[in-house]
Design a binder for this molecule. Sequence first.
Ligand SMILES: Cc1cc2nc3c(=O)[nH]c(=O)nc-3n(C[C@H](O)[C@H](O)[C@H](O)COP(=O)(O)OP(=O)(O)OC[C@H]3O[C@@H](n4cnc5c(N)ncnc54)[C@H](O)[C@@H]3O)c2cc1C
Length: 410
Amino acid sequence: MAGLAAATLLAEGGHRVILYEAGKFGGGRCRSYQDSELGCRIDNGNHLLMSGNQAVTRYLTRIGAIDTLTGPTRPVFPFIDLISGKSWTIRLNAGRIPWWVLVKSWRVPGTSASQYLALRRLEKACNADLVAALMQDVHPLYEHLIEPLAVAVLNTKPAVASAAPLGAVLQETIGRGGVAAMPRFPRQGLSESFIDPALRYLSANRAEIRFGARVAALGIEDGRVAGLSGPNLDERIEPTEGVILAVPPWVATELLPGLVAPNQFEAILNVHFRARIPEGEAGFYGLLGGTAEWVFQKGEAVSVTVSAANDRINVDAGQLAQKIWTDLHRAFRIESSMPAFRVVKEKRATFAATPEQLLRRPQTRTHLTNLFLAGDYTATNLPATIEGAIRSGESAAALCTDWSNQHLAS
Ligand SMILES: Cc1cc2nc3c(=O)[nH]c(=O)nc-3n(C[C@H](O)[C@H](O)[C@H](O)COP(=O)(O)OP(=O)(O)OC[C@H]3O[C@@H](n4cnc5c(N)ncnc54)[C@H](O)[C@@H]3O)c2cc1C
């Protein structure tokens, strides 16, 4: 996403762009593919976006794919508590003044309007504040809203997660009213929304896209990148050319010795079943009190997310699917025999959003004059999300353009 955001922005500005992608397909951690076991296309994981994600809107508009997102027509978040059997839907009002908290049936059951004032603590939080320590006194709002939200947004257990990036997300979404907090997700698939239209846009704008082109080393001369090399790659970088390194942090630190970047990661598990659940008002549900956390109906598959899942990454796929199917059976009263399934384990889905890891996020500029970093792990203030990745790509493209203009002027 970061690389595509930078590349499309530069191509839009009339620059000559060459994209080197190690894989055979684009998308990295945000992609769709045909699954042989299920016999349908699935995403590597459910990705939930919000209408307040401004960089996402800019990007999708640029590549002509803004209409490929869908979601409820109102800012609603349905939850089912597997322990109590209760279900409820949080309903926000459209405007900035959050009067929805005054409507009892629009809140989390058992919470009072005044409890929601505590969300302000998140917006004021600094990196060292931990989500649980800051918020867990607000019962039952913490267990039934803040905790599941924090796990989903930060992909880190709230006991060790920094509250600051969660606060930044809330400020840009719920903090700007329901109009900025409408849940959004691809109508078809991640690739159909975010990747394929971007590749078409790049081709139409005379960019060159090279798949299977892994960059294994940067050639460095006179304080700049002067070459890229790899198994299928031996490129000279001219003094007038800039390079944007939009690889994950574990690759960036290998390519650029001395770079400090996040080095602890959290897994996300996605279990896809060939099945159907009631689509409901939102097209997804938050589940509490079980293993399954977020459930989406995606075409012919029901797709379930479990975040901050390092402690479950080694659980046998069949056992995991069975546990999650039992949760779905309880939540939606669907049949008890488990259908065909696929477990996708993304071991390094995102960096762990702990205070220590946040301190390791690098800036876009590097010590090499023509090299810029992009990626969800860079210092965006946001957690590792599509919005953050796109913003990092935009920043890298802007700095690269500035550098190029200055270089040409001198
Ligand atoms: C299961 C899952 C669920 C998620 N859910 C959400 C969500 O609900 N909402 C949300 O906003 N975000 C979500 N995210 C996070 C989001 O997907 C990421 O933040 C984003 O995709 C990261 O993009 P990126 O460009 O920074 O990195 P990547 O996607 O990792 O891209 C890096 C690219 O570099 C390529 N590459 C690697 N090494 C080399 C090399 N040596 N040479 C050339 N190319 C190389 C890779 O193949 C890849 O294409 C989720 C992530 C996962 C895994």
